[in-house]
Write a protein that binds this ligand. Sequence first.
Ligand code: UD1
Length: 417
Amino acid sequence: MSVYVIEGGRTLSGEVKIQGSKNSTLPILAATLLCGGESVLFNCPRLSDVEASLDILRYIGCTARREGSTVIVDTGSVSRCEIPPTLMHRMRSSIIFLGAMIARFDRVRMSFPGGCELGPRPIDLHLDALREMGVEISEEHGELDCYVSDRLHGADIVLPIPSVGATENIMIAAAAAHGVTTISNAAREPEIVDLADFLNACGAAVSGAGGSTIVIEGSSELHPATHSIIPDRIVAATLMSAAAVTGSDIRFTGIIPSHLESVLPVFRDSGCDIDIRGGGMRLIAPYRLTAPKLIRTMPYPGFPTDAQAPVMSMAAVADGMTVFVENMFISRYSHVSELCRFGADIRVEGKVAVVDGVRRLLSADVSARDLRGAAALVVAALCAKGASEIRGIEYLERGYEDFELVLSSLGADVKKV
Ligand code: UD1
């Protein structure tokens, strides 16, 4: 198991290119199953979750190889219509293969994706929607047995909450189903638009992605495609937090500024000077941050739950009090007790966390328990006085590519041991 050793207090500088989005890559890799041939994906981050998806594709019988940040997947020949528990449990998001596999095989067996460090993460919305599209699903002993007795068909699906994963599973299955599917109250995240762009490049007819109603006309003639994954807005927000807590001046390239609109006000309210030009952005942090006051996580275009933890590290050293309201997941404050070890002043009650900013964090030895919580601990250690040790780096590596190298290139003192 790897540990980060971070000597905090260094000011960062220079330029950083943002990696491709994990949350776009995973559903798009699953969607390649619809194409039956060689798809080429540019800007694919090298992450353990992405590798887990590639291993699922290989298990099914596809070939997948990587050339730098390009991943080439050939789904022309497939031999298995099941995913064993060992592969399902490696990544919570493996459920995203359900829609693609049922569209390709008409029969799928897989286990439930398993426990989750963010509290219970049900998949009822995924299953209900697929049932409406003609999939028979039985759930026994932690196993899902799904088959299409007649025909996978379009349906009018109204999601009670705009679930990202359910929207993606429906879109993928619908792209290859018979007839038209309408998703109402669909998730609106940029990753949904990226998936729609990939499906359309494969010959699908998806319209309305990015809005609350998505219409998908099914097609039996999808073909492989070449696609470039969008930049990861959460990695960008994490590095912006790192720049903010260290009083740094950093240029970001390869971003899509509109995807950051929900986080930019928080940085501006904290006193950061943000200059956006073309596809680049410069962030100049103030000597002392001002508390951003109130942050409520919401579905896109609201403030992303995935940025809550790293931004909390920023609030921990800002002047004043910040109230966080976590509306998306329960148990998403596992980083709080660890941030307090750095000397942060944070109280949690239910979905509310109250952060009273302190002038300085002090080094600590801490353990990450989830992906974004790990990122928060790295941000805190970067500004803490002294050497900190962060365990649980395997969580970080699910979503941040070579993070120690990225931070070192900006002047941070980070060693992976
Ligand atoms: C995706 C992201 C994750 C992000 C989350 C919210 C990926 C791989 N992961 O996760 O990083 O934090 O969106 O932006 O893209 N829910 C149900 N039943 C369901 C499905 C979801 O009740 O069948 C609930 C969840 O418990 C949660 C809420 O809906 O409270 C939102 O979850 P959802 O949007 O589905 O998140 P994921 O797709 O799992």
